[in-house]
Unconditional design. Structure first.
Length: 403
């Protein structure tokens, strides 16, 4: 590796690495509000919140990596252009392709990482996140006992009124389904004037202590004789926890190896075959996309002047967002069976590869303005042509009126 490549590699790695971290933080901000809402009343909020964030990181990394690679490459090339380092290197006989190699090495490394993230960490993390959410919602009474809100927790539905003096809450209403032999046979209603939530020291599980309450039971659409009145009672938080479903009901929770084995729909019959294959092709295409982005980002970052330009960043963001939406649309068509699952993904990738080849070849082997400068000039010419035609039309209308 030459000194120039090491220099470019160092600058690109710093830019891309910083953008990956920044993008993950920004993307997590919106989800953090929801996480804090879920675990705010959990018995161990710090542990549950940390587990949920860790399981979400692979998902947001999958979104952040291509954006960071594209923008980091554009920013690095633009800085080299504005400092005249790019011009000096080209003048010394160094080709643009040679200076693109450091970006390709980073892209290849990120592509390998993406295959692992998209293929294993992301589906497993998605399932574990849902599992933690399910467990936290069921084990925490305080998450259910929100003022003026009916909240289902397992077989029970809770309602709590306003806060009472001290740590008590009330009045409290609890509706609980009764299950026998796997079938719902009725329900039980419990009311209390007040309640108090405590945490057991031995295992940290929540217990709801009720005072001055009544209980009613209805079975087979008939109320059972009598009612239960009590001065005090207690309900354990873990009593209604149900196990979360097994992983594999959703194709997004399946690893790439599992999707590959299930190409014919034999191993996971709950997942549609077309949906299975379209998801697998999309994951592979996301890794292949990273290898094409440097050939698009480098021309977008070219700027032979000394004035900074944000056009490359703006066009790059719009381009990548539009491309990802197109890939998702192609996946949806393949999953619906309207086209072969591979065609909706790799057809778009083939067009993208042709575009990247033409764009990079024109920038590297043909003299002229950078692509975005030429594009801006073309837009300006179109505007001038449009204004001139409007002016001629106005002159003709004025001549007809004068006649």
């Amino acid at each position: 590796m030459g000194g120039l490549n090491r220099y470019i590699l160092k600058r690109a790695a710093i830019s891309i690495g910083g953008l990956v971290i920044f993008a993950c933080c920004v993307l997590l901000m919106e989800r953090l509000l929801r996480i804090f809402e879920i675990v705010s009343n959990s018995a161990s909020p710090a542990t549950d919140a940390s587990t949920m964030i860790i399981n979400l990181l692979p998902y947001y990394l999958g979104m952040a990596v291509p954006m960071a690679l594209l923008l980091g490459t554009i920013i690095t090339v633009d800085r080299l252009s504005r400092s005249s380092e790019l011009t000096a290197a080209l003048g010394a006989g160094v080709s643009l392709f040679h200076m693109t190699k450091p970006f390709l090495w980073i892209a290849a490394f990120l592509a390998i990482i993406t295959i692992f993230i998209e293929g294993y960490m992301q589906p497993v993390g998605r399932y574990e996140y849902r599992n933690v959410v399910n467990r936290v919602k069921q084990q925490s009474f305080t998450a259910a006992l929100r003022e003026g809100t009916f909240t289902p927790v397992g077989l029970r539905t809770f309602f709590a009124g306003t806060d009472l003096p001290g740590s008590a809450i009330g009045p409290i209403f609890i509706h609980e389904k009764t299950i026998m032999n796997g079938k719902e046979t009725g329900f039980r209603i419990t009311t209390a004037s007040q309640g108090k939530l405590i945490i057991r020291e031995e295992d940290g599980s929540p217990v709801l202590q009720l005072a001055n309450g009544r209980g009613f039971q209805v079975q087979d659409n008939q109320q059972l004789g009598g009612e239960l009145s009590f001065d005090s009672s207690a309900i354990a938080g873990a009593a209604s926890i149900t196990e979360f479903r097994i992983r594999g009901d959703d194709e997004r929770e399946m690893t790439s190896l599992e999707l590959f084995k299930n190409r014919t729909g034999m191993f996971f019959p709950r997942v549609d075959q077309n949906t299975n294959n379209a998801t697998l092709h999309l994951r592979l295409a996301k890794a292949a996309l990273l290898l094409l982005l440097p050939f698009i980002a480098v021309p977008f970052g070219l700027n032979y002047g000394r004035n900074p330009s944000s056009a490359g960043i703006f066009v790059g963001v719009v381009f990548l967002v539009s491309l990802q939406k197109m890939l998702e649309f192609g996946q949806s068509l393949g999953a619906a069976g309207k086209i072969p699952p591979w065609l909706g993904i790799w057809g778009i990738m083939a067009v993208l590869a042709a575009f990247a080849f033409i764009l990079f070849r024109k920038s590297a082997y043909k003299m002229g303005q950078p692509p975005l400068s030429s594009f801006a000039q073309w837009i300006s010419n179109m505007q001038d042509t449009f204004r001139a035609r409007v002016a001629r039309i106005r002159q003709r209308i004025a001549g007809v009126e004068n006649a």
